[in-house]
Ligand binder design. Structure first.
Ligand SMILES: [Zn+2]
Length: 450
């Protein structure tokens, strides 16, 4: 518990997202230490907690902080970067020309700055928990500590891992395993911050040998891996062992109720059934999928089967409201039917399923405004021009609310942004250092084409 004075945010439109799914007009919420202590009517809470610090929210929306189920902090320096030669024609070429070279060009300092840039963006957009998947193949050892340090200073909540791969040889694969193992032990043993958790990262089946997968299975019971983002991953698996990607990974114990499989676009019916049987999480990243032209995952069908589909951003902006909009648009376009998916199902993924996933990594709930939940919350100066109710909230979110409405952000009871001023990070200083580190990273990247 912290020794901060309890904070009573009152005169807010409180979106609880709890079991009763209420929207409280002139509602209030009491923050005590790192958690929410009370939620109710402003008049009642003001009378009950006269000595708390009072903050008049002037009718702003108060809702749980957003959650990103799959991201890559390390991709920040790709912004505006020139990629030599002809444009990549498909996803395997994008990996080979862009990501597998950029990740080798990063130094530990670059890793840390990439993370800081993304974390500042996350605070601005009200995204308070991020599940990151990291690669920096020439700076593996200690990379997760560098990211954890940035997360700790930013004040956000994160789940970290290193993406093990054989694409740069056996030594780098071993180093990746060691980084995951070391960091997992560090989060389990303390004294690492309670806002930071870990899982075990794997790049993708198509860059992992049987021997490496075998080595990984003995180290963890929870994994975070890319699956069938492109047909290449499926055909690689079939060529290796006659099994499809999910079946191959299942054989190595990678599926399961604590594992996250990102994308799952090109899986077949039997792989889908296997993910459902094993209770594996499926992370959907529609903006990235559209950018890479890799297709549309069958998320509506998966949701219909009660599968645990969550929403990530794959390193795009941390405006999860934008990702939610695109999730809906992609399904409508892909199916040629405006009835596809819909805002309610998008909210099922992005709000309820994302928080259930994060709930597996932390002792107390997040993503809900109720007593006992961790105080991860945002205030938005969104004043709806049409009636707002719990029933139509999904459509208000999809057609009205954006990350630009986020006025203030709190995580773990600590204010990280108030009235659009960042309180834990110096954005101008980060941008200046980031520009210098990005230039040096780009030089190393371009040298790989020489
Ligand atoms: Zn990814």
């Amino acid at each position: 518990m912290s020794d901060r004075t309890p904070l009573l945010i009152h005169n807010a439109t409180v979106i609880t997202l709890d079991a009763t799914n209420r929207i409280l007009e002139r509602g209030a919420l009491l923050v005590e230490g790192e958690q929410i202590a009370a939620v109710g009517a402003s008049a009642e809470l003001l009378a009950a907690y006269p000595t708390a610090e009072h903050w008049d929210a002037q009718g702003m929306l108060l809702m749980p902080g957003m959650i990103c189920a799959h991201t890559h902090f390390y991709g920040a320096f790709a912004r505006g970067m020139y990629i030599p030669g002809p444009a990549a024609k498909d996803f395997p070429e994008i990996l080979e020309k862009l990501w597998w070279r950029l990740d080798k060009a990063l130094s530990i300092e670059g890793v840390e700055l990439s993370a800081e840039v993304c974390l500042a963006d996350a605070i601005r957009n009200g995204c308070t928990t991020l599940i990151d998947h990291h690669a920096s193949q020439r700076a593996i050892d200690g990379s997760l500590d560098a990211i954890a340090g940035a997360v700790e200073r930013a004040g956000l909540r994160a789940v970290l891992c290193y993406e093990v791969t054989d694409r740069d040889g056996a030594d780098a694969a071993r180093a990746g395993i060691a980084e995951n193992v070391r960091f997992l032990r560090r989060t389990q043993a303390g004294p690492l911050h309670e806002r930071i958790a870990a899982t075990f990262g794997l790049h993708a089946s198509m860059t992992l040998s049987d021997a490496t997968l075998e080595a990984c299975r003995s180290e963890s019971d929870k994994f975070h891996v890319h699956v069938a983002e492109h047909p290449a991953d499926e055909f690689d698996s079939l060529a290796r062992c006659g099994k499809r990607t999910v079946e191959r990974l299942h054989g190595f114990g990678i599926t399961g109720p604590q594992s996250i499989m990102a994308h799952c676009i090109h899986i077949d019916a039997w792989e889908t059934a296997l993910l459902r049987e094993t209770g594996t999480w499926v992370a959907h990243q529609p903006r990235s999928n559209m950018n890479n032209a890799v297709g549309a995952a069958a998320v509506e069908s998966m949701l219909r089967g009660g599968m645990k589909v969550v929403l990530g951003n794959d390193g795009f902006s941390n405006d999860m409201f934008a990702e939610m909009k695109v999730a809906d648009l992609l399904q409508k376009l892909a199916h040629g039917d405006p009835r596809s998916l819909g805002a309610d199902k998008v909210c099922q993924m992005a709000l309820r399923n994302n928080r259930a996933l994060v709930g597996q990594f932390f002792a107390q709930p997040v993503g809900v405004l109720q007593p006992g939940a961790l105080a991860d919350l945002i205030l938005l100066d969104y004043y709806p021009i049409t009636p707002l109710s719990a029933e139509n909230l999904p459509w208000q979110i999809l057609f009205g609310i954006s990350g630009g409405h986020v006025h203030s952000t709190m995580a773990h009871g600590q204010l990280l942004m108030r009235n659009r001023t960042l309180l834990t990070m110096d954005e101008a200083a980060i941008a200046e250092r980031s520009r210098a580190a990005a230039r040096a990273t780009w030089e190393r990247y371009w040298a790989m084409f020489a």
